[in-house]
Design a protein. Structure first.
Length: 355
């Protein structure tokens, strides 16, 4: 649906370049706008033309500035607009100036003249015509050309989510399906789309709903994985893992059967991490893989303080996280014992420096 709205832009001549950019932004979303220095023809009665345009406009955009407030004509334009009952006033402040005169009671928005976006105008547009304003936002989201742009565009509609009709949310979700810049944007997939999919996913075609759900599920898992990984990525957790490994290794040194098997008694990273975090399932699996690669990376000679278990029996699927303590015999790979000493000293220094 194309917008059926018309804007009058009130500005002082010194700010006409900014006014021109505002007009271009409006035109890109299908809203026509009147700009005096562009739209008044030669020999035309300019005062009468301006009054005529104010009368037919749906909203008046006032570009507030020192220049604007020192212009008696700009103040008259905004005053006339303020007296129109169906006119919506959108005061945009270029330099921090606040509305004065008849529009003083209307809240203004400070804009960055070097970075103007439709986002600055949306609240006023939606206030004037909710249906058309929402249609503009949904269309902008659907045309998002980047992940960060999709997130910023989606944020425009969040204040109005609870007021949207079913068909509007359906359209929004359809855009999310068709544009990978939307469905694959982190914030959209983790936070913005899931609640809408839960409440209105039944309105989509089954294949579209399934696709969007799969993307959201992936991001939900990745998000949780990252949170757990951040929680685990510290020296104290690594110290606990290595101490457990050394403890098991010492037991193995006195166990003839384990010596015969050429394998130190296994240590299960998943068990340790589960005890530390309370996590389970896919998130725990992700964390265990992360720590296995950190303390026992693949390669010969062993590069980390622990070595992956080489025993065929223990390397079967149910034992894939098992590692053994590694005493550095060659290749100068750091031993578990040496790493434990380093971690203890690092933690001790941290506590000392922290007071």
């Amino acid at each position: 649906m194309k917008p059926n709205m018309y804007a009058f832009i009130s500005y002082q001549t010194a700010d006409k370049e900014i006014a021109g950019r505002i007009k271009e932004i409006l035109q890109r979303v299908g809203i026509k706008a009147f700009l005096a220095h562009e739209d008044i023809e030669v020999s035309e009665e300019w005062a009468e033309k301006i009054l005529k345009e104010i009368r037919k406009a749906d909203f008046c955009i006032c570009l507030l500035s020192k220049n604007f407030l020192e212009s008696s004509w700009c103040l008259q334009e905004s005053g006339i607009a303020a007296f129109r009952k169906k006119m919506t006033i959108i005061p945009l402040s270029i330099d921090g100036r606040k509305p004065e005169g008849f529009i003083a009671k209307i809240q203004s928005t400070k804009i960055d003249a070097s970075n103007l976006y439709i986002h600055d105008l949306i609240p006023g547009i939606v206030k004037h015509n909710f249906k058309e304003g929402i249609s503009i936002i949904i269309d902008i989201i659907g045309k998002s050309g980047s992940y960060r742009g999709a997130e910023a565009n989606f944020q425009m509609i969040l204040p109005y989510i609870d007021k949207l009709k079913d068909y509007q949310i359906k359209k929004l979700l359809e855009h999310a399906v068709s544009n990978n810049q939307v469905n694959d944007a982190g914030l959209c997939a983790r936070e913005y789309i899931p609640p809408l999919l839960k409440s209105h996913g039944h309105l989509l075609k089954e294949k579209d709903r399934a696709f969007l759900q799969s993307v959201c599920n992936k991001y939900a898992l990745d998000s949780k994985d990252m949170q757990v990984a951040e929680r685990l990525s510290d020296d104290q957790v690594e110290l606990i893992i290595l101490q457990k490994a050394v403890e098991q290794h010492k037991i193995a040194e006195t166990n003839d059967k384990l010596k015969t098997d050429k394998c130190a008694r296994e240590i299960n990273l998943a068990d340790i991490l589960s005890d530390l975090t309370g996590e389970s399932g896919p998130t725990l699996e992700y964390s265990a893989k992360l720590w296995l690669n950190r303390v026992a990376p693949r390669g010969k000679p062993a590069k980390g303080p622990l070595r992956r278990c080489s025993n065929t029996q223990l390397n079967r699927e149910k034992h894939k996280y098992h590692v053994r303590a590694f005493v550095d015999a060659s290749g100068r790979a750091i031993s578990a014992w040496e790493r434990i000493r380093e971690l203890k000293e690092k933690i001790r220094r941290g506590k000392s420096e922290g007071g």
